[in-house]
Design a protein around this ligand. Structure first.
Ligand SMILES: [Zn+2]
Length: 234
């Protein structure tokens, strides 16, 4: 996925300097944040649709063992992220896209492990920007379509006051109409929340779109590993 990651950084128009997956923000951008961010790390990954035979070691029963969990992106490991997220749609997001994202949000809220609420926010609160982009696959490579992209962006302040927030994104590649689906939206929000790809066919984080819209027990365990147990009151 390295090359895709590199491509996406370029695609998003970012001017970050990437070193070992640690991103240094330019000083003029830094000044727009009031509280002095010491570090920002990003992890973006995509889901694809494919008509070729996928030869990964996919397994339908690997994750049935007690305690099996979907992996998390390394940049969210051992971070004390709040389970409260605000989300908003980028300008121009169609009703069809909003609808599939709203279905995906309901799936995550039903776990009680995270809580996604509509709202714009800046600063040290978690936020997910939802939207779309358009990317055609290069000629001759149309047998594997990129349907979406998503991932966390961790802002951290260390020192006297330690703070952390995830300003994540999840986007559907509307160049291909089949990207506007609940399964792709759920996968990309999974990335935004910090989940990484799974080799399990049951997982929402399997890297090929299979129309999956429900979280596996391993996916739920993966969320718990990042955010802790579900709140009983929510
Ligand atoms: Zn993915």
């Amino acid at each position: 996925m390295k090359s895709i990651f590199g491509w996406l950084v370029v695609f998003l128009g970012a001017t970050w300097i990437v070193k070992n997956n640690v991103i240094t923000i330019p000083s003029n951008v830094q000044q727009t944040f009031q509280n002095g961010i010491s570090q920002i790390t990003t992890g973006l990954d995509s889901i694809v649709d494919s008509n070729w035979n996928f030869n990964q070691n996919a397994s339908s029963n690997k994750d049935t063992a007690v305690g099996a969990k979907t992996p998390s992106e390394s940049i969210v490991n051992d971070k004390n992220l709040s389970k409260i997220y605000y989300y908003s749609f980028a300008d121009g997001t169609s009703d069809a896209v909003r609808s599939v994202f709203n279905q995906a949000i309901a799936t995550y809220n039903a776990t009680g492990i995270v809580q996604l609420k509509p709202g714009e926010t800046k600063g040290w609160l978690n936020h997910i920007t939802l939207g779309t982009y358009q990317k055609a696959m290069p000629a001759g490579k149309e047998n594997v379509l990129e349907l979406g992209v998503g991932g966390p962006e961790i802002m951290e302040q260390r020192g006297l006051v330690s703070r952390i927030a995830n300003h994540a994104s999840a986007k559907l590649n509307i160049y291909y109409g089949k990207s506007i689906s609940q399964s792709v939206a759920t996968h990309e929000i999974g990335h935004a929340l910090g989940l990484d790809h799974s080799t399990s066919l049951r997982s929402i984080m399997y890297p090929l779109d299979r129309g999956q819209v429900t979280l596996s027990q391993a996916d739920i365990n993966g969320l718990k590993a990042i955010y802790g147990e579900a709140n009983s009151e929510s």
